[in-house]
Design a protein around this ligand. Sequence first.
Ligand code: DC
Length: 227
Amino acid sequence: MNLRSPLQIAIDGPAASGKTTVARALARRLRVLYLDTGAMYRALAYLALRTGTDVDNGAALARLVAAQPIEVRLDQAAPLGFCITAGGQELDEAALQSKEVTAIVSAVAAHAEVRSAMVRAQRHIAQGSPVVMAGRDIGTVVLPGARVKIYLTASPEARIARRRAQLEESGVNVDARKLAEEIQERDRLDETRAVSPLAPAHDAHVIDSSDIDAAGVVEEICRLASS
Ligand code: DC
């Protein structure tokens, strides 16, 4: 372990596995910064919808993000745990988690041109300060030297129940069957894409959170970080 490099904890896993809840709570506990990288892909999906950019055209999406940069400011006190702007407009949870954005985000995130811009920005953020970063490729691509790598999974039932509770809390009623289909389809797209598909890093600790609450997972990661 290089004691001079800032602490980096990578948390990857499929949709609704509890990554963002755990990563945010862990960052609070360790008093370090937190970033959910999925929000950056969602911000680009939001921009694509707003500008009518074809989500199957990687070059057009790369031009879009170059012209209207996605900027992140890490701030524990912000509602999301960080502030994110796209083309100068601040985006809140409702914008990022809308069903229109969710429906296209995996297609947006599949392009090599998009991923290289995002990975560059994410590495730059992690350079300066200790950080807990959540996503799909943090341990494998973005921060391969992270001190602790976690691959968080949960049973499909647990993931559907969690996502449903989360949506209902923000006032959105959802059909469980539709939600299951949506999660399954996003997993399929994220796991089978050609560039940086979702997979555990070879040195990741796999944690199944089906029967452990977020506090228990945080506890386990703290134990791994200090061992
Ligand atoms: O975690 P999430 O559901 O907000 O992520 C939205 C999409 O972004 C997800 O379908 C996959 C993609 N993503 C990615 O490809 N790489 C990341 N590091 C984070 C998210």
